[in-house]
Design a protein around this ligand. Structure first.
Ligand SMILES: Cc1ncc(COP(=O)(O)O)c(C=O)c1O
Length: 410
């Protein structure tokens, strides 16, 4: 299999070089008020506190943390998670994982299925890259056909025997009804077939992720689903036993909403939480209980400016649909009593102004240019709209990090 050919960059292809940069790196050392907007901002303090809180919690329960990097798509941030004790990262796409590997991170689980010749070609190259970084690439598989094609792609690419087998997790359907082989005997039989006929694959784990459980509002509801997930895993492990097969060493799953419950099950060995680094309006609507899991802080904001205020009741900001994802609800304003983000257009956000506690309403135009902090409704797709994460500490810009895997959807 050939190495992918280098492609032209957008600049080369469209002759756009010479455009003024969009990076705000030159503002390092300045106050956040100097930033141009809309831009994506992370509070270093809250971010670091989230990273440390979950790592301490997961380690205290004897599990490994492999945070999902699709939430931030940012190698600098992933390196902070690994420095704090994470065993590696998850990615959802091969091309997303390429960005992290290019930044020197070689411990990557693609917590998703990879199907089709184009993706398999890239996957094989990525496997080699992770090996050269002394890491390990792991991929999820949920069908015989996909496993066979993956095995074949690796077979064709193996010009020498020194490329080790690709590690895989067998994904089982734990009730979300998304990807995943049926739990129990069907999954165990697929594992048996892989072990017997696909020497280029090495099954080391089960993927048991339940996405909808994360956003069930009450802890009791989430607990009930986590129990069902564990039953599916145990059913599968018993089926492995019946076939006389060794049990996989890793049971991976869980997210920011369920991690406190997952960690107490004695079933999971690894958790994949992602959003906990940032949080968002949707996650904040969950019931949180500090006796179940750490309370995560809001660390991610879209900084926006008022660009028009025609009346005392209406202001318009420069962050709309192209700066914020609203699939899980509108953003909320931080520390802005009397203001509600009411509607998102492509490039405009409509702010309703209500009388604040002191009874006053701003005169028209009084808010022009004012900077406002928006807490995104859904962190992952919001991040994917931005090239750069501006890091602030104590109202000062301290760094900018490229969101390198942004838009890498292959
Ligand atoms: C497979 C998988 N693992 C982990 C996560 C992380 O979940 P969260 O961002 O809710 O922590 C997701 C999120 O969608 C996922 O799809």
């Amino acid at each position: 299999m050939n190495e992918p050919k280098p492609t032209k960059t957008v600049d080369q292809g469209l002759g756009m070089s010479g455009l003024p940069s969009l990076s705000q790196r030159e503002r390092i050392g300045q106050a956040f008020t100097e930033l141009d907007t809309p831009c994506l901002v992370v509070s270093q303090l809250q971010l670091q506190s989230n990273i440390e809180a979950l790592q301490a919690f997961v380690s205290a329960h004897g599990l490994k943390l492999r945070p999902h990097a699709k939430s931030h798509k940012c190698p600098e941030l992933a390196k902070l998670q690994i420095a704090a004790g994470a065993v590696g990262i998850c990615c959802q796409k091969v091309s997303e994982a390429e960005a992290f590997a290019a930044s020197g991170i070689g411990e990557i689980l693609i917590a998703n299925e990879v199907v089709g010749a184009a993706k398999l070609t890239r996957l094989v190259q990525l496997h080699k890259r992770c090996e050269s970084l002394k890491g390990q690439l792991i991929v999820c598989v949920d069908s015989l056909k996909a496993a066979e094609e993956m095995n074949q792609a690796l077979e064709q690419a193996a010009t020498s025997s020194d490329l080790p087998p690709l590690s895989i997790y067998l994904e089982i359907n734990v009730g979300q009804n998304r990807c995943g082989m049926e739990a129990g005997e069907p999954a165990a039989k697929l594992a048996q077939r892989i072990a017997a006929t696909m020497p280029r694959l090495r099954l080391i784990g089960l993927q048991a992720y339940h996405g909808t459980a994360q956003h069930l509002r009450s802890i009791q509801e989430r607990k009930a689903v986590v129990n069902q997930v564990c039953e599916k895993v145990n059913q599968t492990l018993r089926a492995f036993d019946s076939l006389g097969m060794g049990r996989p060493e890793v049971i991976s799953g869980g997210g920011s909403g369920s991690v406190g419950l997952d960690a107490r099950t004695n079933v999971f060995t690894e958790v994949q939480a992602g959003s906990y680094v940032f949080m968002d309006v949707d996650y904040m609507r969950n019931e949180w209980d500090a006796s179940v899991q750490p309370a995560f802080a809001k660390s991610l904001f879209v900084l926006t400016s008022v660009m028009s205020q025609p009346t005392s009741h209406r202001a318009v900001v420069d962050a709309g649909l192209k700066a914020l994802s609203v699939d899980s609800g509108l953003p909320e304003l931080q520390n802005a009593p009397g203001m509600v983000y009411a509607k998102a257009n492509d490039e405009h956000g409509l702010i309703e102004l209500k009388a604040a506690a002191d009874g006053g309403l701003p005169e028209p135009e009084a808010l022009l240019g004012q900077k406002l902090w928006l807490i995104p409704g859904h962190c992952d797709p919001t991040v994917n709209l931005h090239d750069e994460l501006v890091v602030i500490d104590d109202d000062q810009v301290v760094d900018t990090w490229p969101i390198l895997a942004r838009g890498r959807l292959f």
